[in-house]
Design a protein around this ligand. Structure first.
Ligand code: C2E
Ligand code: MG
Ligand code: MG
Ligand code: MG
Length: 289
């Protein structure tokens, strides 16, 4: 009986392993030709301040494959990272985002801040700084309108090297944002050492802000840390007016989430900015109180 059960569980285990393995290989195979087949594109999610003013966008990568459909980034970015494809894809993200932001600037006669997610592999590439400079210069965008989003997972790498690169990037006028803050490895002494301009409160805390006292405390602490270290604090994943109200009462500086807008295709972004502020669900309710 015992050996049968073992055999059975082994069988299940190897099945799911194989499935994961095949999926990964299949994803990787398709991902290798995604760029040349023009399957990758950027979408842009608005970021707003406490006045409801549009202050910038976060650029987010999308992959639409004929066979696989729309593959979410949390599935294909790890594959891109482990297969080495992320370097090329990361350069595509920078180039496409900055080109489109420059185009937007031409269309609308002014410009906004753009936040770009940088993966660990991309950041650790020895040519990262040089390529970043080249791509921004070629785009015609100003370095001061660019924010790089890094994550705490970067800090498992050589901290002295990271500090050196971050300082060089920062000296160019580029802003640095700590994405998904509160979920990872950073210590307060590390935060103080690094040239960070913004903390992004992870969505998981915002999700439960209304009903979980621990999440609420965590958010208040993150905002206090940001204020003490002269960083601005942005909350991601804001979906309701009630979440916004609580974040505002804690003096959070900026907001991003479905409550304001889902990530938008580039073609729709200009129109949305021109009509900003949009009438948001719940605004009528708020003004009658
Ligand atoms: P992230 O950088 O933390 O981005 C925020 C994610 O939350 C995005 O998911 C966004 O669409 C989603 N989001 C924003 N507001 C809301 C909301 O109110 N409700 C809900 N349910 N979701 C919301 P997305 O686009 O699927 O990206 C997932 C992650 O993939 C990103 O998390 C980022 O870590 C990574 N990623 C996306 N684009 C890139 C990229 O160009 N380069 C790199 N290296 N990573 C990227
Ligand atoms: Mg991000
Ligand atoms: Mg984030
Ligand atoms: Mg997040």
């Amino acid at each position: 009986y015992e050996s049968k059960r073992l055999k059975h569980s082994f069988h299940l285990f190897s099945d799911s392993m194989q499935e994961g393995y095949l999926n990964r290989l299949e994803l990787e195979r398709h991902l290798r030709t995604a760029l040349e087949n023009d399957e990758l594109f950027m979408v842009y999610q608005p970021q707003i301040d406490t006045q409801g003013e549009f202050v910038g966008v976060e650029s987010l990568l999308r992959w639409n494959n004929a066979e696989l459909g729309l593959v979410p980034p949390h599935r294909f970015i790890p594959v891109a990272e482990s297969s080495g494809l992320m370097i090329t894809i990361g350069n595509f993200v920078l180039t496409r985002t900055l080109t489109q932001m420059q185009q937007l600037q031409q269309q609308l006669g002014r410009t906004w801040q753009v936040s770009i997610n940088i993966s660990v592999r991309q950041f650790m590439q020895t040519t990262f700084l040089e390529e970043l400079k080249q791509i921004v210069e070629a785009s015609g965008m100003s370095l001061t309108h660019v924010t790089l989003e890094i994550t705490e997972s970067l800090f498992i790498e050589d901290v002295d090297y990271i500090l050196h690169i971050l300082e060089s990037v920062h000296r160019l006028g580029v802003r640095i944002s700590m994405d998904d803050f509160g979920t990872g490895y950073s210590s307060l002494s590390m935060l103080r050492k690094l040239p960070i301009d913004e903390l992004k409160i992870d969505k998981s805390f915002v999700d439960t802000i209304l009903n979980d006292r621990a999440a609420r405390k965590m958010i208040q602490n993150i905002i206090a840390i940001g204020k003490n270290l002269d960083m601005s604090v942005l909350a991601e994943g804001v979906e309701t007016v009630e979440q916004e109200a609580m974040l505002k009462s804690f003096e959070c500086d900026c907001f991003q989430g479905y409550y304001y807008s889902k990530p938008l295709p580039f073609e729709e972004l200009g129109g949305v900015i021109c009509q900003w502020p949009r009438t948001l669900p719940g605004t009528e309710l708020r003004s009658t109180v």
